[in-house]
Design a protein around this ligand. Structure first.
Ligand code: PA5
Length: 395
């Protein structure tokens, strides 16, 4: 279960007349989303696709001990973030998933290839366009190793392509070589693609993906809160609070904050507008960025992700989780006293369902926020500028 408090620690910054102005736009914005041709993520994934995912996972588990997922941005962050939040901190015995394709470090690549040469592994290359350089370079290097290790027939069981349903070089390759493949639907962009095979396939190796779907569906009940979150952020932005700090108290949520950064930065950061998303992991960063937040330039508001349920590790007369949350509550009070508005999202515990619920809530609020900013929430022309420049300079 997920719940919200956007009022208690924003109270002195938010006026009813400001809220009313944005609430008057709500129906228009919901209509804009409902009629968008990039809102495929508001629907659920089909049972056939879920079935296909399960079958391919089974096949890979029979021939490999490791899956290398190659992708960047919206093509990897969702599954990595969720994987990190759900796996144990130590002695992780789950099926090994390696994420590659986010660096062109040749040291990293050399060590990865060295590691892979001695094990049976499969590759899932994830790219909607099929042309992202980091992804194609990594894929080509790893495919070379696969070709050395396996016969052409075996290779078909070691390469899984997730890409556009009809176009792009990866779709052409999947068709030409009869590789196993999944579609990223036309009406779903990278950062909104959590409920597609781009993320659910790697996650299905270790988690019950039906529970993500269930949670995602439950997220739909938070439409009003998603709009309220977007409105609160908008009001704060117009008070020059142009930075949002996502604060987490579980180190394993670090990559989830990276997912949030991508979602909001690519959705809003256009036409010289947008809120810059940053993140802090507490309590570590209270001893570094904490100084700036408390007493520095007042350009920031914060969104705290609070896990409410304890695992009851006793510490003296208290329990450690409770202490962590007492620190969280104290930090909110301290920062608010320093004129930093604080919003709170309560998550009962991190599991497949609450994560699905949370992801749908954030998808929805990011889309609403894009519309409130007057930008198209589903494009990322700024990212394309660098991609094109790299393309020109590498050819
Ligand atoms: O959200 C997005 O659309 C982007 O972050 C893309 O996911 C990212 O640039 C990777 O693109 P592609 O999937 O085409 O390789």
């Amino acid at each position: 279960m997920v719940s919200f408090d956007f009022n208690t620690y924003t109270n002195k910054f938010i006026y009813e007349q400001d809220k009313a102005k944005y609430l008057a736009q709500k129906t228009t914005i919901i209509n804009a989303l409902n009629t968008s041709d990039m809102a495929g993520w508001t629907k659920l994934i089909s049972a056939d696709t879920l079935d296909h995912i399960t079958k391919v996972v089974q096949k890979v588990k029979e021939n490999s001990t490791c899956l290398v997922v190659i992708g960047i941005g919206g093509s990897f962050l969702g599954s990595l973030a969720v994987n990190d939040m759900l796996k144990p901190y130590f002695k992780d015995q789950s099926f090994e998933i390696i994420y590659a394709g986010t660096t062109l470090s040749s040291k990293y690549m050399t060590e990865l290839l060295n590691y892979l040469k001695d094990i049976d592994f499969s590759v899932n290359v994830v790219s909607k366009s099929g042309t992202t350089r980091e992804t194609t370079i990594t894929y080509n290097l790893i495919k070379k190793l696969l070709v050395e290790k396996y016969s052409p027939t075996e290779l078909k069981n070691h390469i899984i392509i997730t890409t556009d349903s009809t176009k792009g070089p990866l779709r052409e390759e999947a068709t030409a070589y009869q590789y196993e493949s999944f579609n990223i639907p036309d009406d779903i962009g990278g950062r909104y693609s959590f409920l597609t095979p781009a993320h659910l396939f790697p996650l299905a190796f270790n988690y019950d993906i039906l529970k993500f779907v269930k949670g995602y569906e439950q997220g739909k009940k938070h439409l009003d809160m998603a709009y309220e979150y977007a409105v609160t952020r908008q009001i704060l932005y117009h008070q020059n609070k142009v930075v949002e700090n996502f604060c987490v108290y579980e180190p394993n949520m670090s990559y989830f904050t990276e997912w949030l950064k991508q979602l909001f930065a690519e959705t809003e950061g256009k036409d010289n507008k947008g809120i810059l998303p940053i993140s802090t992991i507490h309590t570590r960063d209270l001893h570094s960025l904490g100084q700036f937040i408390q007493e520095g330039h007042k350009i920031m508001f914060e969104t705290f992700l609070k896990i409410t349920k304890s695992n009851y590790l006793k510490y003296q007369q208290n329990d450690l989780h409770n202490i962590n949350n007492i620190v969280l509550d104290s930090v909110i009070k301290a920062h608010y006293s320093g004129n930093v508005p604080c919003l709170i999202i309560n998550i009962e515990e991190l599991n497949e369902e609450t994560i699905g619920e949370l992801i749908y809530f954030f998808h929805l609020s990011a889309a609403f926020s894009g519309y409130l900013f007057g930008v198209n929430p589903f494009t990322q022309p700024g990212v394309e500028v660098y991609k094109n420049e790299v393309r020109k300079n590498l050819e």
